[in-house]
Design a protein around this ligand. Structure first.
Ligand code: 1CP
Length: 368
C-alpha cells in the first residue's frame, strides 16, 4: 500500500519540492508517503545488548574514545544493520560530545554514566566557547569522518540518521553534572534567572546548528533531535526551553539544508506533543510509549510523520505480548506516514533474538 494520506497538502507539497523519490523507505515516509510495512529502526539499536558491541567496547579505554575513533564508531553503527537490516542506521555518538567540544570537563564512569564539571553560573558559562566548532580544527572532526565512512558502507536502501541532543536536555547534564531524578538544579536556574540561563541555551543552540550541519555535509540524510528530558518542564517553561530552541535549530538547519528531514523527540511531552509538532516545524515527531497511538494518529499525523512508540520493556519481554503490542501500534498508525520505533532506547538486558523477532513481526505485516 502506498499513499500520501495523513499530511496536509501544503506540508506535502513543501516536502515534495525538496525530496526526490528515493529507494530508501525511511526517506519516502519522511516525504509524506504511507508505506506498508513501515520502515523500522530502534533508538539505541547499537549498544550494550549486542555481544559484538561489548567486544569492541572492551577494547577501548573509555566511551568517548569509542565515539571519537572513526573506525570504531563506524563498526558499532553498522553492527545492528548487519544483524537486523534496519531501514536506518543512526550514527554512533552521544549527545554529550557537545559539552565536551564546548570545553566542559567530562568523563563517562564505567557502569554509572556521565560525570561533568557542573556549569551553574555566568562565570562557569563564560569559560565555554563554541568558537572551535565552526573550524576545521573542530574537536568533533572525528565524528564527521565517521559519518562519511558509515554513509559509504551502508546498503543503498538504508538511510543514515545524524543526531544531537536538544539544548534543554544537554543543559540538564551540563548543569546537574550527570543524570538526576528530577533535574531540580537546572530547573531552578531556568526559573530564577531565565536571562542568564538563556546564555547557556543560546550557546548550545549555536553549537548544535553547526554540529548538525557538519553531519549533513558529511553524509547524514536525516537528523534527529533528542529532547529526552523535555517532560520535566511545566507549561510556559516548556515553550521557552523546549519549543523555542528546537524551532530555532530546525529553522537554521533547514535554511542550509532544505531537503534534510528532521525528527524531533521531546520525550514525555504529553498533550504538548501537538504544539511541539506544529510550532517547531519538524518533519516527524517521535512519541514516547505513554502517548496513545490512536491519539497520535488523530492529533499528530495530520501535521507530521509519527515515529514510535513500543515500550522498550515489551522488547525486553518478547513473545506474544511484544508482538501484540507492536501490532496495536501498526494498526493505529499504519494508515498514515509512520516509522516504527520504540518509545525510548533499547534496554541493555534485551535479548538480541527479541529484536530479530520484532523486525520480522513488523515486516510480516504487509507487502512493501
Ligand atoms: O559504555 C557504554 O557503552 C555507554 C552507554 C552509552 C551508549 C551505547 C552511552 C552513554 N551513550 C550511548 C550511545 C548513544 N547515546 C547513542 C547511539 C546511537 C544509537 O541510538 O544506537 C545515542 C543516540 C545516544 C543519545 C543520548 N545520550 C541520549 C538521548 C537519548 C536517550 O536515551 O534519552 C542521552 C540522554 C544520552 C546521555 C547518556 N549517554 C550515555 C548514558 C549512559 C547516558 C544517559 C545518562 C542518564 O541516565 O541520564
Amino acid at each position: 500500500m502506498v499513499g500520501t494520506v495523513g499530511l496536509n497538502s501544503a506540508r506535502r507539497n513543501a516536502i515534495a519540492q525538496d525530496v526526490t523519490t528515493s529507494d530508501k523507505p525511511l526517506l519516502r515516509v519522511l516525504a509524506g508517503e504511507a508505506i506498508s510495512p513501515p520502515p523500522v529502526w530502534l533508538m539505541r539499536q547499537a549498544g550494550r545488548y549486542l555481544p559484538e558491541y561489548r567486544a569492541v567496547r572492551a577494547k577501548t579505554r573509555d566511551f568517548l574514545q569509542l565515539c571519537f575513533t572513526p573506525d570504531l564508531a563506524t563498526e558499532v553503527t553498522l553492527q545492528p544493520i548487519r544483524r537486523y537490516g534496519f531501514d536506518a542506521a543512526i550514527l554512533f555518538s552521544d549527545i554529550l560530545v557537545i559539552p565536551h567540544a564546548l570545553g566542559q570537563a567530562m568523563r563517562f564512569v564505567e557502569g554509572e554514566g556521565p560525570r561533568l564539571e557542573p556549569v551553574r553560573d555566568a562565570r562557569a558559562l563564560g569559560k565555554l566557547s563554541a568558537a572551535r566548532l565552526g573550524s576545521r580544527q573542530s574537536p568533533l572532526e572525528a565524528v564527521y569522518q565517521a559519518v562519511a565512512a558509515i554513509r559509504s558502507a551502508l546498503p543503498r536502501e538504508t538511510a543514515l540518521i545524524g543526531f544531537a541532543g536538544s539544548p534543554w536536555t544537554v543543559a540538564c547534564y551540563m548543569v546537574e553534572g550527570g543524570t538526576s531524578r528530577d533535574f531540580h538544579v537546572v530547573k531552578q536556574w531556568a526559573m530564577s534567572d531565565p536571562e542568564e540561563f538563556a546564555g547557556l541555551i543560546d550557546l548550545v543552540v549555536d553549537a548544535t546548528i553547526e554540529h548538525l550541519s557538519r553531519q549533513v555535509v558529511a553524509g547524514a540524510e536525516v537528523i534527529q533531535l533528542f529532547d529526552s528530558h523535555a517532560g520535566v518542564l511545566p507549561d510556559g517553561a516548556y515553550e521557552r526551553w523546549v519549543i523555542d530552541p528546537n524551532a530555532r535549530i530546525v529553522e537554521a538547519v533547514r535554511a542550509k539544508h532544505p531537503a534534510v528531514p528532521i525528527i524531533g523527540f521531546p520525550r514525555g511531552s504529553g498533550l504538548r506533543y501537538e504544539a511541539f509538532a506544529t510550532a517547531t516545524r519538524v518533519s516527524a515527531v517521535s512519541v514516547d510509549s505513554a502517548v496513545p497511538a490512536r491519539w497520535a494518529a488523530a492529533k499528530l499525523q495530520p501535521h507530521v510523520v509519527v515515529q514510535g512508540n513500543l515500550d522498550p520493556v515489551y522488547l525486553l519481554a518478547g513473545g506474544t505480548a511484544m508482538r501484540r503490542a507492536a501490532g496495536d501500534i501498526l494498526e493505529a498508525l499504519g494508515q498514515g506516514p509512520t516509522i516504527f520505533n520504540l518509545g525510548h532506547g533499547v534496554i541493555k538486558e534485551t535479548p538480541p533474538d527479541h529484536v530479530a523477532d520484532l523486525v520480522s513481526c513488523i515486516r510480516g505485516s504487509g507487502a512493501r
